[in-house]
Design a protein around this ligand. Structure first.
Ligand code: ADP
Ligand code: ASP
Ligand code: MG
Length: 404
């Protein structure tokens, strides 16, 4: 007998027929003699609709009320799944985040889980009941409903698996595993049997939304065995695991992209000590993430400073920069039509030339690189958004990742 957490994403619970399909999959695990807790997302499209309602009410709304609204999608699907399981003859009940409780901090809209009390869920599972948990939500300070950031049901599932000391956390979605790159864009993408926590963390944080970044952080920290599988087929999925479990390590395991980027260039900034601190200090104080940064060598006593930030943060970032400029710059240029493409692999640690393959492949396609950044296991480039698909395909081929 194993204790399993199963998570079903938005497409998997997209309508009543699909929720019935999920109920059957859950029953199959129970029939194998396993203890099961389930985390569910809202029906696909529902969270977007709820976010849109908040924006229509007021573009800059109270984040605590935003959470009260957007958390409702998961309450619907958790209740419906519990009904579906009861119809199949199982004992089941739903739990909202606050009922467990899943305690979070007060960062409404992107709250972090601080603590989960698994006792009621464990008691239910030990009686052979199925516990259905609304994903994406928790309870913050002052008894306010909180949400975990978009894609947060993955994090609910992994955190629950850690709290319940589950043997496995199975993430059911609309693709049958983690691929070398987004299979919806590159048709020759290959499914990976296994991927390391570290690589999956980079893939997720660099844009592959198949798992929320925080869910991978959590899995890595608590050694939760995570599998990514399809809700619609029975083929084996991808196991996210420790590096030691992977015998053949590819040089590059995956390629990710993120369209959530914007580029800002400060042209002709005075070249003197304290300039970078003067630009980036106020951005950090305003909680605006800055990702890639380049500063050119000075000529005529001035230099250009370029950085990237999230597309949604661009206007705020510009205001902060302008309000805090202590030294003059000639002009500020912005570009939202950019994408960050990254190649990821633990094999890079011990091999030279990985970046050169990337630059060569992009040059062959005449794709200009705006910014480059590297770390131990990834190389990222910022390019014009119009070349996203071309670049992904060219890199996929250049690193020998195409499916036979
Ligand atoms: P869910 O609603 O089940 O949480 P998501 O839409 O959040 O599903 O995540 C699944 C999607 O992630 C897939 O449909 C796929 O387009 C996308 N994706 C991006 N990169 C990858 C990758 N490397 N492997 C698999 N899927 C990926
Ligand atoms: N429903 C939420 C979202 O769309 C959470 C999730 O699906 O994981 O972001
Ligand atoms: Mg998701």
């Amino acid at each position: 007998m194993a204790r399993i957490v199963m998570k079903f994403g938005g497409t998997s619970v997209g309508d009543i027929a699909r929720i019935k399909n999920v109920a059957n999959r859950v029953k199959a695990e129970v029939d194998r003699g396993n203890q099961v807790a389930v985390a569910v997302s809202a029906m696909s499209g529902v969270t977007n609709q709820l976010v849109d309602y908040c924006t229509q009410m007021a573009p800059l709304h109270d984040a605590r009320e935003y959470d009260a609204v957007v958390a409702t999608g998961e309450q619907v699907t958790s209740g419906l799944l519990a009904i579906g399981l009861q119809e199949l003859g199982l004992q089941a009940r739903s739990w909202a985040g606050w009922q467990i409780p899943i305690v979070t901090d007060d960062a409404h809209g992107k709250a972090r889980i601080e603590k989960i009390d698994g006792s009621e869920i464990i008691a239910a599972m030990e009686k052979g009941h199925v516990a259905v948990v609304a994903g994406f939500q928790g309870i913050g300070p002052e008894n306010r409903v909180s949400t975990l950031g978009r894609g947060g049901s993955d994090t609910t599932a992994v955190a629950l698996a850690a709290a319940l000391k589950a043997d496995r956390c199975d993430i059911y979605t609309d693709v049958d595993g983690v691929y070398t790159t987004d299979p919806r864009i590159v048709k020759t993408a290959k499914k990976l049997d296994k991927i390391t926590y570290e690589e999956m963390l980079e893939m997720a944080s660099l844009g592959a939304k198949v798992l929320q970044t925080r869910s991978v952080e959590m899995a890595m920290k608590h050694h939760v065995r995570v599998q990514v599988l399809s809700s619609f087929s029975d083929v084996p999925g991808t196991l996210v695991c420790d590096e030691e479990e992977i015998v053949e390590k590819a040089l590059v395991s995956g390629i990710a992209y993120s369209r959530d980027e914007a580029k800002v260039t400060l042209v002709g900034v005075q070249d003197q000590p304290g300039v970078a601190a003067g630009i980036f200090g106020p951005l950090a104080a305003a909680n605006i993430n800055v990702d890639m940064i380049v500063q050119n060598t000075a000529r005529d006593g001035t230099t250009d400073v370029t950085f990237t930030t999230g597309r949604a943060d661009l206007e705020r970032a510009l205001k902060v920069v302008k309000d805090n400029m202590k030294v003059p710059c000639k002009s500020i240029i912005t570009d939202k039509a950019v994408v960050k493409v990254s190649v990821i692999g633990v094999g890079m640690r011990s091999h030279a030339g990985v970046a050169q393959t990337m630059f060569g492949a992009l040059a062959d396609k005449n794709i200009n690189i705006h910014i480059i950044s590297t770390s131990e296991i990834k190389v990222s480039v910022l390019i014009s958004e119009e070349y996203t698909e071309l670049a992904l395909r060219a890199l996929h081929t250049a690193y020998g990742l195409d499916a036979a």
